[in-house]
Ligand binder design. Structure first.
Ligand SMILES: *[C@@H]1O[C@H](CO)[C@@H](O)[C@H](O)[C@H]1NC(C)=O
Ligand SMILES: *[C@@H]1O[C@H](CO)[C@@H](O)[C@H](O)[C@H]1NC(C)=O
Ligand SMILES: *[C@@H]1O[C@H](CO)[C@@H](O)[C@H](O)[C@H]1NC(C)=O
Length: 125
């Protein structure tokens, strides 16, 4: 749905960017979860032994170890964006509700269906 893994991978593989430049600055913003773009980049550089192809290439059937989902945008769905932030319920340093920035992601582990769906569109911790 809002999954951006393959798009990012395409950029890494076909535009000659180094893996760390690709999407390594994107992090699952739930505290205590180390899933981030850098780990995806490392995985994408490995071989899928099962199918004999490159992990991270779109022709390869090996599934990534996790997926990162961007927040609904302020422009398209401010209510949903706020709901995600509320559900994640992180505090800013000054005690107010933490809000996402453009690199903020939520990994699949925090969605009941493994991704945002019509039934459960918001993350739970
Ligand atoms: C390639 O990806 C598969 C599926 O995620 C994983 O089981 C396998 O260990 C990966 N290959 C390497 C060399 O890490
Ligand atoms: C608290 O910090 C956040 C993030 O740094 C900032 O956006 C917000 O304006 C601050 N609020 C107050 C009341 O200082
Ligand atoms: C998060 O979102 C859903 C509504 O979409 C709700 O059912 C759930 O209880 C919310 N709260 C938390 C803390 O996960």
């Amino acid at each position: 749905m809002h999954q951006e893994f393959w798009t990012s991978c395409w950029i890494v593989r076909h535009c000659g960017l180094t893996l760390s430049m690709g999407f390594g600055h994107r992090n699952c913003v739930v505290l205590g979860y180390p899933n981030n773009g850098q780990r995806l980049g490392k995985w994408a550089a490995t071989t899928c032994e099962l199918h004999g192809c490159n992990n991270g290439s779109s022709m390869c059937d090996c599934q990534p170890p996790f997926k990162l989902f961007p927040f609904p945008t302020e422009k398209k769905n401010p209510e949903r964006r706020l709901q995600w932030a509320k559900n994640i319920s992180r505090n800013s340093l000054n005690g107010t509700l933490w809000m996402p920035n453009k690199d903020s992601r939520v990994c699949n582990l925090h969605f009941v269906d493994g991704e945002p769906t019509a039934e459960t569109p918001d993350p739970t911790l």
